[in-house]
Design a protein around this ligand. Structure first.
Ligand code: HGY
Ligand code: MN
Ligand code: MN
Length: 415
């Protein structure tokens, strides 16, 4: 047995980091929100770099705003691991943060062990995984997969531009292309994450080995009618944008259930009425549609079908509708050799594992386009995530972080 096989994470140190980071961006009402490039995010970034500095781990921010450390071999392809430290609005303390802070903990253990592995290791915090501006923006920049048209037009839900947000945080949108890493730079990418769903807990399984990650499409719809008096305009003489939008959402859901797979998801998480008045027939409704599936071709067909359905429903309601693709993520399979390594590392630690798909999007699906990629899941309490009571027991977090450490070490020593 190689000496590195007995290395383990320090859960007290990792716990301290998770608890500290969970206070950065926490409002007095308890909501935890760290949007990419916002002041709370930049405070978290400074704190993270400070933690690396304390552990003697050199770190840098790339041109897109990703934060990257480095330990071990100075040259050649690296093994990379991380996730994101941005959150959804009023999000949980573990989504993304657990993966970044576990990668940091692994870097500390590897740094202290003074390994002579052939490959170096880089912990990373990718910017804007949650898509304040663009889903997985940081990993897309690193993998050279940014759509520059989307970048130029990227706005947050309040209309703020990506360029302005980057400038305020000390970055330059014009230089974002410089974040792309050279081909062959990254030998493998591995990400540890909470499952964010109920499967592992229900199975009583401590470790999930991700086989593939769903593709995601975000599209905007605007239904337009007429702003008439809500009391005097007879029901059959209105052009009520909300009624059309609501019928569309209901029918699109039915269509996705009928034509999709068990992994198809359709969600309208942002719906806004232009007139905020109870006594005006709503003239304009904006909705963002999110569609997901692991079958990328089916996903495309469903998106197109939703556009056709919107046209049909709008016409039936004497409304107009526009639909526009905003951003997306391509589905990806995880590399079989990394899946095997994760399974082997779990087994060596005496832990059972379960192979499964991911219905959540992750930076790993972008990195899979330029490196052998893999993901480790730990159970989520009650399957809860994207909410403030998202949680996982410390013991399970420790086990997941040790599987990550041992998988990284295997990858660093692999030929
Ligand atoms: O939306 C997602 O699936 C991920 O949490 N960003
Ligand atoms: Mn998330
Ligand atoms: Mn996440």
């Amino acid at each position: 047995m190689a000496a590195w096989e007995s290395l383990r994470v320090d859960i007290a140190r990792l716990r301290n980091d998770i608890e500290t980071l969970s206070k950065i961006g926490r409002a007095p009402d308890g909501a935890l929100t760290r949007h990419a490039f916002a002041p709370a995010y930049e405070e978290a970034r400074r704190w993270l770099k400070g933690r690396m500095e304390e552990a003697d781990i050199p770190s840098r921010d790339d041109a897109a705003g990703n934060t990257i450390g480095h330990v071990g071999a100075a040259d050649g392809p690296v093994v990379m691991s991380g996730s994101h430290i941005d959150t959804v609005p009023d999000g949980g303390p573990l989504d993304g943060a657990f993966g970044v802070l576990s990668a940091l903990e692994c870097a500390r253990v590897i740094r202290a062990a003074n390994l002579s592995a052939p490959r170096g290791f880089e912990p990373v915090a990718f910017i804007d995984e949650e898509g304040r501006f663009l889903d997985c923006m940081g990993s897309k920049a690193m993998a050279g997969r940014l759509d520059m048209n989307e970048v130029a037009h990227a706005k947050d839900p309040n209309g703020g531009s990506l360029g302005d947000a980057m400038r305020q945080a000390g970055f330059d949108l014009e230089k974002i292309g410089k974040a792309k890493r050279k081909k062959g730079d990254i030998a493998a990418y591995i990400e540890l994450h909470i499952e964010q769903g109920p499967v592992l807990e229900a199975k009583g399984m401590p470790i999930g080995v991700v086989e593939g990650i769903v593709g995601i499409d975000h599209s905007d719809f605007v239904f337009k009618g007429e702003p008439d008096h809500a009391g005097t305009t007879p029901m059959d003489m209105r052009k009520d944008a909300f009624t059309g939008a609501a019928e569309f959402a209901y029918k699109a859901r039915r269509m996705a259930l009928k034509r999709g797979t068990p992994l198809t998801r359709i969600t309208y998480g942002i719906v806004k009425s232009k007139t905020a008045a109870a006594n005006i027939v709503p003239p304009e409704i904006y909705m963002r549609q999110e569609l997901r599936d692991i079958d990328q071709k089916l996903l495309k067909r469903l998106v197109k079908a939703s556009y056709r359905l919107a046209d049909k429903v709008a016409a039936e309601h004497r409304l107009t509708v526009t639909h526009e693709h905003i951003s997306g993520n391509t589905s990806a399979l995880m590399a079989p050799r990394v899946q095997d390594m994760i399974e082997g590392a779990a087994k060596a630690l005496g832990l059972g594992s379960h192979r499964m798909p991911s219905g959540a999007g992750h930076d790993a699906q972008v990195m899979a386009r330029v490196a052998d990629a893999g993901m480790i899941f730990v159970p989520s309490e009650g399957g809860r995530s994207h909410r403030r009571d998202e949680w996982t027991d410390w013991k399970l977090l420790e086990q997941g972080a040790n599987v990550l450490l041992q998988s990284i070490l295997r990858l660093m020593h692999a030929a």
